[in-house]
Design a protein around this ligand. Structure first.
Ligand code: ADP
Length: 383
């Protein structure tokens, strides 16, 4: 483990962030504003956060030895991602370390566990089964009236990487063989819209929720988020109610993002992520308190901040590496000439399909805000 700086540290509780991606980077930006004593544990320097934070330790693996040693210098541990082995998390808790969210809530990032527990609690989810072989898969397909179905490995999926739309038994078998034998399979839904609700729960209790966001995904990757979601009020109220109920069940300290489908006029839970989330990035400029600041306040058991929009509407577009246009960061001055566009780069190297940053804009309505954000994005991708 290498400690890279002797910069003086603020007093107060120490927060350890595990994982060095863009969520860690934006948490650290919020930590900096509040002079929180934050430390970072990352596995590579080619990520968003390590290069911008002096108190960074780089280790080969996020195993019990590395995290255990890191935990000794932290009062509270929190997470940039869900990739730490659940057994390591449980062992940390057994040794008295404070994990927020805790190991139990983090286990909710397992899609099979999510589906089973949320369905058992009576929450609306797509029709699904947890299958282990072709017979079980074909049994499910017959029960929903045929192909296509959607197959998802329980762990490790994000940005649509873990989503397989499957139309034949052969393709289904290939997914089963490629994922170690346990797969969530669910009905393929024609979606009217996708929504997300960012919920924040304070360590000692108390919850705030951000206004319902609409998300637009292309090939499973979030491209656009708008707020307020331009849907009828009863649907938004239902989305908010379901998200609150999910948060009660998951009981995750910090930010919990609840992703929802709207299908045939009904709101269904898609997935739950116990961490700050792409659907909440626009809260940095568009809400009284950003999701990142509220996450830190929640894990430190500090009072939570207001979540309401500071203007009528906001939109965020992701900056995603595109083939043939080069690194968008080289066009930053063109994007900054778009009045009202807030450009964020994560300091990541360019790769096609990689999320490199995002642009947020506020406006009198969602369409105007989106137009400004899109204009800046077009400028970034212009050559
Ligand atoms: P990941 O964890 O990889 O982000 P998700 O389960 O959130 O995967 O799915 C990514 C996207 O794939 C969703 O936002 C949605 O657009 C699409 N999708 C997922 N499940 C279904 C489904 N059952 N029917 C239709 N589209 C789906």
């Amino acid at each position: 483990m290498t400690e890279e700086s002797s910069t003086p540290r603020p007093s107060g509780p120490t927060v350890g962030i595990i994982g060095g991606g863009q969520l860690a980077r934006m948490m650290l930006e919020a930590a900096s504003a509040l002079a929180i004593d934050a430390r970072l544990l990352a596995t590579t320097t080619d990520e968003a956060a390590p290069g911008m934070w002096p108190h960074t330790s780089v280790v080969e693996d996020l195993d019990d030895g590395a995290i255990g040693e890191f935990a000794l210098e932290c009062d509270v541990l929190t997470f940039d991602h869900e990739l730490v082995d659940p057994e390591v998390l449980e062992a940390l808790e057994r040794h008295g370390h404070v994990l927020r969210p805790g190991a139990r809530a983090l286990s909710f990032s397992d899609k099979a566990e999510q589906r089973v527990l949320l369905a058992a609690a009576g929450l609306p989810v797509p029709r699904f089964a947890v299958v282990h072989d072709l017979d079980e898969l074909e049994g499910f397909v017959a029960s929903v009236g045929g192909w296509p179905v959607v197959m998802k490995p329980p762990r490790g999926g994000y940005d649509g990487r873990g989503v397989h739309v499957v139309t034949t038994p052969e393709a289904g078998l290939a997914v089963l063989e490629g994922t170690g034998g346990t797969v969530v399979v669910e009905e393929f839904l024609e979606l009217d819209a996708e929504l997300a609700v960012v919920v924040v729960t304070r360590a000692s209790g108390g919850q705030v929720r951000y206004p319902v966001m609409q998300t637009v995904q292309v090939d499973g990757i979030c491209h656009i988020v708008t707020c307020p979601a331009p849907l009828d009020e009863p649907l938004l109220t239902e989305a908010d109610r379901i998200a609150a109920a999910v948060a009660e069940i998951v009981n995750a300290v910090g930010v919990l993002a609840v992703e929802l489908f709207v299908h045939n006029g009904r709101v269904l839970v898609n997935e739950v992520a116990p961490r700050p989330h792409n659907s909440g990035h626009l809260t940095i400029e568009a809400c009284v308190t950003s999701q990142f600041e509220n996450h830190l306040r929640a894990v430190l058991d500090w009072p939570l901040g207001r979540t309401d929009l500071v203007g009528p509407a906001a939109a965020m577009v992701n900056i995603i590496g595109e083939a043939g246009t080069g690194n968008p960061a080289t066009n930053i001055t063109e994007a900054l000439s778009v009045r009202g566009a807030h450009v964020h780069f994560y300091g990541k190297s360019w790769r096609e399909g990689r999320k490199l940053g995002h642009v947020t804009a506020l406006g009198p309505d969602v369409a105007s805000a989106e137009a400004v954000a899109q204009q800046a994005l077009d400028a970034l991708h212009s050559r």
